[in-house]
Design a protein around this ligand. Structure first.
Ligand code: SF4
Length: 162
């Protein structure tokens, strides 16, 4: 049985920057009952507290943070790139440990976002792109989906197990 790496906040864990969690999502609950889910909050795993100041990638992409070409800054200008990178590495360790091929990560996050991220101006403006953990996992060859793409994730899982 294949396991899935999932953002912990999607299962209601109160790990978001604002101290809240999300969900429930029926498909995730079903996979959890099958014992498929490996949950992680990369930002907490990287050493950040909850609640924590909002952070955004400053005018760049998660992949550029991985390459040292962009930084993740809090709204007060503190550089938290190191914690974001440490969290992404933790995700990669879990993926390798459990032989995971599919991740379902929270949309819009500077760690977990897979299609859209905020533009670094803290104005609520989203741009195309992915967060730091999402970028590292895609580099590793994983298929990365968000909670808005659960049917596509289910198809990918079915393909994997056919
Ligand atoms: Fe943690 Fe990712 Fe959820 Fe943010 S989106 S709270 S980093 S699991």
């Amino acid at each position: 049985m294949h396991k899935l790496l999932v953002s912990a906040c999607l299962l209601g864990h109160p790990v978001r920057y604002d101290g809240k969690g999300g969900g429930p999502f029926d498909q995730l609950t079903a996979w959890q009952q099958e014992g498929r889910l490996v949950l992680l909050c990369p930002e907490v795993a990287g050493g950040l507290p909850t609640p924590r100041p909002p952070a955004e990638i400053a005018g760049g992409q998660g992949s550029e943070v991985l390459d040292g070409q962009a930084r993740v800054l809090t709204v007060a200008g503190e550089d938290v790139s190191g914690a974001f990178l440490a969290g992404a590495e933790q995700a990669l360790r879990l993926v390798r440990q459990h032989g995971i091929h599919i991740a379902i990560l929270k949309s819009g996050s500077p760690s977990c976002g897979n299609l859209l991220i905020y533009d670094g101006t803290f104005s609520g403006t989203k741009v195309s792109g992915e967060g730091v953990t999402a970028a590292l996992l895609r580099r590793e060859g994983l298929e990365v989906f968000s909670e808005l793409e659960l049917p596509a994730a289910a198809l990918a899982l079915a393909r994997l197990e056919s």
